[in-house]
Design a protein around this ligand. Structure first.
Ligand code: ZN
Length: 140
């Protein structure tokens, strides 16, 4: 194991059915500043992001009825969808996970929110929690 590869909790993602209603709760009830909103066509979701840097909260809402998040909501209802760990080198991390027999959903990095590269590890291989590995964009 290459220690130091995981940098910390990047975000937790919560699946919601109504993005506007959920954003209203976070802003009006919990007191967060209004979030950044983003559409991620590759994952067929709209995302509302609270906070900056490590430890963000993301609300994710499906834009289609057959996306992964839509299926999750049908099956489980609203709630914690995944946790995301920021890593220094996503490609190297995936190679290491493959070598160790981890159950990867993505065999290679793919585009995620905010210009990052992401890959998901199946909950079966991650102690019950869908885990996103993320390598943020290089600072410009
Ligand atoms: Zn995420």
């Amino acid at each position: 194991m290459t220690h130091g590869r995981a940098k910390g909790l990047d975000h937790v993602a919560i699946a919601v059915k109504d993005l506007d209603a959920a954003v209203g709760y976070y802003v009006d009830v919990l007191g967060f500043a209004p979030p950044e909103l983003e559409e991620v066509p590759e994952q067929q979701v709209r995302v509302a992001i609270f906070g900056h840097g490590l430890g963000r909260i993301e609300l994710i809402c499906p834009t289609t009825t057959d996306s992964g998040v839509a299926k999750f909501l049908d099956k489980r209802g609203e709630g914690l969808h995944h946790v995301c760990v920021e890593v220094a080198d996503l490609e190297a991390t995936l190679e290491e996970l493959k070598a160790k027999g981890a159950q990867l959903i993505d065999q290679a990095p793919r585009p995620g929110a905010g210009g990052a590269l992401v890959a998901f590890v199946h909950p079966r291989g991650a102690h019950g929690v869908l885990t996103e590995l993320r390598q943020g964009p290089k600072p410009r």
